[in-house]
Write a protein that binds this ligand. Structure first.
Ligand SMILES: *Cc1c(COP(=O)(O)O)cnc(C)c1O
Length: 352
């Protein structure tokens, strides 16, 4: 049990004592000169887990996606992705600004492009038309509530792109959540993609960092782009050391977060005025809608009141839309914390 139950994001996880010790002890060097042994070890471990030839330690998931997109494409090309994807919505148009590419957002039912949608989105050769340079997939899907697609679904989408000579990038910020939920190695998902980015700093609990995994050629290109955007870090081994602990110790326990998310969703489903689709609760994210019983029209005020009244009870939740709330379970949330959150929701909604 924790004093504050913070369900706003798994990025709020604090480094473990083991991570802090590893950081203090880390052997370091200048990583821009490729002389930091701890960064190299992290990159090798990450590449091995994802079944790729090489890895690149980057400052964030956003930087990982950016350097990947820019490394795969040239200016003037088009990148096909889902309308609700993180790259399209939350990465400050970096691919357009730095990479000079145009994004082609496609509306999907569950956040995952179907092979048919990719086929339709691919551009024909024509002097008027921007050529398709890349297809991006997000797994697990953030805005769709941590839903996962299977390695076979990733493969089917990638096959259409590859048949057209177009590479595929997997935004696998939470790929280990998908791997644990579907009981498949992370490399099964990564196999079909030409590059994959995953975050060490979310459910895996490291304070900073993501890793891009891909072929040696692509990682060499991404290393240049990383330098261009100011991501060439020097004695970064102090950060990578925590990332190694994250990969070696924190993956299997994600199953606890998934169980807690399910418990939370089941409790929310029983409360008046809160609605959750249990099908979407597959990993550590619970998104629910707020509609105060009897209220005509959207319950925007009730939603912001719920957030504020929860905060007053030391339960922090996050509104991701006018009437939708996102809760994320993680290593600093235990079963008792879930009960406390449900009690707070119950007290507040019982007065509606
Ligand atoms: C969090 C997230 C990112 C970006 O990671 P940051 O480290 O916050 O920059 C990218 N994609 C998805 C799907 C995410 O959830």
């Amino acid at each position: 049990m924790h004093d504050i139950v913070d369900l706003r994001s798994d990025t709020l996880t604090l480094p473990t004592p083991e991570m802090r010790e590893a950081m203090a002890r880390a052997e370091v060097g200048d990583d821009v000169w490729e002389e930091d042994p701890t960064v190299k070890r992290l990159e090798a471990i990450a590449a091995e887990r994802l079944g790729k030839a090489a890895g690149l330690f980057v400052a964030s998931g956003t930087m990982g996606n950016l350097v990947s997109v820019v490394s795969h494409t040239r200016a003037g090309q088009e990148v096909v992705l889902d309308l609700d994807s993180h790259i399209f919505n939350y990465e400050v148009a970096g691919a357009a600004v730095i990479g000079g590419v145009q994004t082609r957002p496609v509306k999907t039912a569950r956040g995952f492009l179907t092979p048919e949608q990719v086929r339709e989105a691919l551009r024909p050769a024509n002097i008027h038309i921007p050529p398709t340079g890349l297809v991006c997939i997000e797994n697990t899907h953030n805005r769709h509530g941590g839903t996962c697609c299977t390695p076979e679904e990733v493969g089917a989408v990638a096959a259409v792109a590859h048949d057209a000579g177009v590479p595929v990038h997997l935004d696998g910020a939470r790929i280990f959540n998908a791997a644990v939920a579907l009981r498949r190695p992370a490399s099964d998902f990564a196999r079909h993609a030409d590059s994959v980015t995953f975050c060490l700093s979310k459910g895996l609990g490291a304070p900073v960092g993501s890793v891009v995994c891909a072929s040696r050629e692509l990682v060499a290109r991404a290393r240049r782009v990383r330098k261009m955007v100011g991501g060439g870090m020097r004695q970064a081994g102090v950060l990578a050391a925590a990332g190694i602990v994250a990969l070696e110790r924190m993956v299997d326990r994600l199953a606890e977060d998934h169980a807690n998310a399910r418990r939370l969703a089941e409790g929310v489903a029983r409360l008046p005025g809160l609605a959750v689709d249990p099908v979407t609760v597959q990993t550590n994210i619970v998104i629910f809608g707020v509609q105060r019983p009897g209220e005509v029209g959207a319950s925007q005020a009730a939603t912001s009141e719920l957030v504020a009244q929860c905060a007053a009870r030391k339960v922090k939740i996050h509104a991701i839309g006018p009437t939708s709330i996102r809760c994320v379970t993680h290593k600093d949330i235990d079963a008792e914390d879930v009960e406390r959150a449900l009690e707070a929701f119950g007290e507040i909604t019982s007065r509606w």
